[in-house]
Each structure stands twice: as C-alpha cells, then as structure tokens.
Design a protein around this ligand. Structure first.
Ligand SMILES: [Zn+2]
Length: 308
C-alpha cells in the first residue's frame, strides 16, 4: 500500500468506522504520520471486529501510536513507548499459558478455565469500557517513603469518559534489579488490583464486591489497603499457582512460589503477622533474593535477571 490513493482510501474507511471528524488529531495523525503498516494493521483489525469494545480499542490504538507506544490487537493490550522487550515477553507467556489452576474462592466455572492473569487479561480484552496499558517508568516513593515495585492506576480516558484505562506501571529500577520470576509475580499481583477494581465497578453484588465493600469500610475507604487484605484472604494460592504455572513448575522447591506470592503491602497486613515466624522470614528472604526497586537480585535468586 504505497500509492497515495490507497492510503487515503484506508484512512477514509478507518475514519468512518471510528467516527473520526476531519479536524481530529487522530485523523491528522493518520494522514501525515501513520506508516503504511499501521494503516493496514488498523484497517484489517477494524474490518474484523464486531463489538463496541473492539471499536473503542481501535481509537485507543491510534492514541497509543500517537504516543509512540505499541499495540497488541489480538490481546487488546497497549504497551507504552517505555516498555521493555523482556517485560513484554513475560506478559506474552502469561497470555499463552492455558494451564488450569485453583482460583480459591472464585466460581467453579472460572477455576476450570484459565490461569489467573490469562483470565484477567481476557476480561479486559472483552470489556467495552476497560483497557489495559502497560508502562515502565521511575515511580515515586509511596506515602510511607518506601520504594514500590509497581502500581496500578485506573483513570478515565481523556477522550472518552465512558472508558476507563487501567495503567499498570512497573518501576524502571525494579525491572533492571529483578528476576523474571519476580516481575511475573508482580504482573500477576498488579493485574489482581485491576481485576478487583473492575469487579467492584461491574459486579456490585458479587461475593468479591461484598468482601471488598466490607474491607473498604473497615479501612477508611482506602482501596489499596482493602485490596491487599482481600489478596491475603482469597488470592494467595491463586497468585502462587499462576506463578508456578507461568514458570512451568521449574523450581524443585514448590514452596518458593508460595513465598513469592506474598509481596509489597501484603507484608504489612495482620494476615502476614499471623503467619509463623519461619514462613514470614522465608517470604521476606525470597522477595529480597529476587530483587526489588530498592536492591538488585542476589546470588540466592531462583529466577534469572533478563532485563538489566
Ligand atoms: Zn499491591
């Protein structure tokens, strides 16, 4: 598609489907900056879609490209321009992982379906209103002045108030300090933050939403605290099993996946304090060994460091 008329034809078609006005920045970008490959990819995508969700994603894709990001049309995931290949590889492996795992308190039909992160990413893929964006940047310390490995931030799309973008941001130092095993665990953990927020918005009366509501009112409506307590109550084995499944059960000591399933603010909960002393120590040791935003992985690490 090098002839100008073909470019223009594709742009007209894309603009019609996405209802782009002729003076919109997206239309300008399509006309003057989009590559032929991008036009072909977007046009093919839009010709194959059948829902509002897919259409909305088409718009998000243009915005992502305008910001020099990368678009995975098949999984409907956007990677910002800061994203690193090694992290993308970890996410892609999660998406392809079809192992069955135990999802704890979740309904039986879910248990039988997919791994946790695969399942969560699929929800976002199918949703009309929610998009998932992965980013890497230097994260500021939290309110307690501690470095954080990652965070998940839901925000309304500036161009479309109906759409909520969940941006999962991994700290740059964390990425270069840590093993793939740690990064995979953190992606599972962060996708759970996105998942619980999503369920709370979309399935108000589900068991999960009821549990979260109770925890919110007991914790000054702080979603972060409530979600971490919920993780300790309902998702420890799901995180552990998802991680083990992602890692193809390669570790001799399977307990290690359990240790790593505890991370970040989960270690500040009473549920953590209630674990026996040896387990607490093993969890802290595993988290230090695999690396964090604060310090590099050690010789004790079980995973490999691919991102430095
Ligand atoms: Zn967290």
């Amino acid at each position: 598609m090098t002839a100008p008329m073909m470019r223009f034809g594709a742009i007209v078609q894309i603009s019609e489907i996405l209802e782009l006005t002729s003076d919109s920045p997206e239309r300008e970008w399509l006309l003057y900056e989009a590559t032929d490959d991008q036009l072909v990819e977007l046009n093919n995508y839009l010709n194959s879609i059948n829902s509002i969700s897919d259409k909305n994603f088409g718009k998000e894709a243009i915005d992502a490209w305008m910001a020099a990001g990368e678009v995975d049309f098949e999984e409907q995931i956007i990677y910002t321009t800061n994203m690193k290949e090694c992290v993308k590889d970890i996410i892609k492996k999660m998406l392809n992982d079809q192992e069955y795992i135990d999802l704890g308190e979740m309904p039986a039909f879910v248990k039988e379906e997919l791994n946790l992160t695969g399942y969560i990413l699929k929800i976002f893929n199918q949703s009309d209103k929610y998009n998932l964006i992965f980013d890497v940047k230097n994260l500021p310390p939290n309110d307690d002045g501690q470095r954080v490995n990652a965070n998940t931030d839901p925000k309304r799309d500036p161009n479309d108030q109906i759409i909520i973008n969940f941006t999962i941001t991994l700290d740059s130092d964390y990425i270069s300090n840590s093993t793939d095993l740690s990064v995979a665990r953190t992606i599972i953990h962060e996708s759970l933050h996105a998942y619980t927020s999503y369920i709370y918005q979309e399935e108000m009366f589900s068991n999960l939403s009821n549990s979260l509501r109770t925890l919110l009112s007991a914790n000054n409506n702080d979603p972060n605290t409530a979600q971490h307590i919920l993780m300790t109550q309902q998702f420890v084995s799901a995180i552990s099993n998802s991680l083990e499944s992602w890692d193809n059960s390669s570790l001799v000591n399977h307990e290690y996946y359990n240790y790593l399933s505890w991370s970040g603010a989960m270690l500040g909960t009473t549920a953590f304090d209630d674990l026996d002393q040896n387990t607490q120590q093993a969890i802290e040791d595993a988290n230090i060994a695999e690396g964090s935003a604060l310090s590099p992985a050690t010789g004790q690490a079980q995973g490999t460091n691919n991102c430095n």
